[in-house]
Design a protein. Structure first.
Length: 337
């Protein structure tokens, strides 16, 4: 496996739900011929699909995995799995417009969903005997279900690109019906061995089945691990993550700083967010603005001015506090002690 001068790029689930719109920008745009290639795309599942398969990321509402783990013979997971299939068909129905492509995507969903259903049924029957414990297989089940979402989105994206004249290739790292065991490196190397990046655009599943068990260590952060390993093992010249953020035009002065800060925490999936009212011990002020097609923005300039003023006021407060402390230390109260 030897490549040169290529990039590896990751597309998140929210953006994947509008992958057809990415044809005019990220995926194709004005590129023609060789300019289309030497790019590898690692994709997440369509928005909301992994929530249905595992559990809702924010509310914790159980998906197929949660219902199967707590099954009390009412088989609620069966209905949940059927609902996943419907959601998948709805998702690719919004981005595919050719009847032939939609039919192929429908069949792909049917085969994967029914395969997973049979697997879970067989596992339940096996564990009905006292010698087998379902608890010992739950991590494997979680990984099996996770792979369904990424495989679906990668397959659909490949169909979409092929329909628009791109030589896209579906690269399934999910290990579906693979009887052999592979490490993460072995699975990636085997998948890329037969690829020609100068004339093919690989669309790679964000989940990779391997002996290390990505979900054991990273749970739902597995796609970033797959992405980074693909970039490292193929010696990409650049690794890029495309992340969609929803911008708000609300004035923090009206809606409140805490609400704005909570929004940022949700979008970045991090509680380690500092706002203008939470100054940190640093002389540097930075602002990362993720905007598309905007060269100048009065709103951003006003934000920067306000942030700079907040930093200045914080410094003044620190100076005033230091002076007050100094005054207290030099007063005449020492004689009382």
């Amino acid at each position: 496996m030897s490549f040169s001068d290529h990039t590896v790029e990751k597309i998140g689930g929210t953006s994947m739900s509008r992958v057809n719109e990415l044809l005019d920008t990220l995926l194709i745009g004005k590129r023609e011929g060789a300019a289309l290639y030497n790019r590898v795309f690692v994709v997440s599942a369509f928005g909301g699909i992994t929530d249905l398969l595992l559990e809702h990321k924010k509310s914790g509402r159980p998906g197929v995995y949660g219902l199967f783990a707590n099954d009390d013979n009412d088989h609620g997971w069966l209905d949940a799995l059927s609902a996943v299939g419907e959601a998948m068909r709805e998702a690719h129905g919004k981005v595919l417009d050719h009847p032939g492509d939609i039919s192929m995507a429908d069949e792909f969903v049917r085969e994967r969903i029914e395969g997973a259903r049979s697997c879970l049924f067989d596992l339940q029957r096996l564990c009905s005997f006292g010698h087998f414990r379902l608890s010992g297989q739950m991590l494997v089940i979680r990984e099996l279900l996770s792979g369904l979402g990424e495989a679906h989105s990668a397959f659909v994206t490949t169909l979409l690109l092929q329909r628009h004249g791109v030589n896209a290739r579906f690269v399934d790292l999910s290990g579906w019906r693979d009887e052999a065991e592979h490490t993460l490196e072995e699975r990636i190397v085997a998948a890329f061995d037969e690829l020609d990046l100068t004339s093919e655009m690989p669309i790679v599943t964000g989940y990779a089945q391997c002996t290390e068990g990505l979900m054991r260590e990273y749970d739902r952060g597995y796609s970033e691990v797959t992405f980074s390993n693909v970039a490292a093992l193929t010696q990409a010249k650049e690794a890029i993550i495309h992340k969609e953020f929803h911008l708000s035009s609300a004035d923090p002065g009206l809606v409140g700083v805490e609400k704005a800060r909570k929004w940022v925490e949700t979008e970045t999936e991090s509680m380690q967010v500092r706002g203008g009212d939470f100054p940190i011990d640093s002389s540097r002020l930075a602002s990362l603005v993720l905007l598309g097609g905007i060269e100048r923005s009065d709103r951003v300039q006003r934000f920067m001015t306000r942030a700079e003023q907040a930093a200045k006021e914080a410094d003044e407060v620190d100076i005033a506090a230091a002076e007050a402390d100094k005054t207290f230390q030099n007063d005449e109260l020492d004689g009382l002690f």
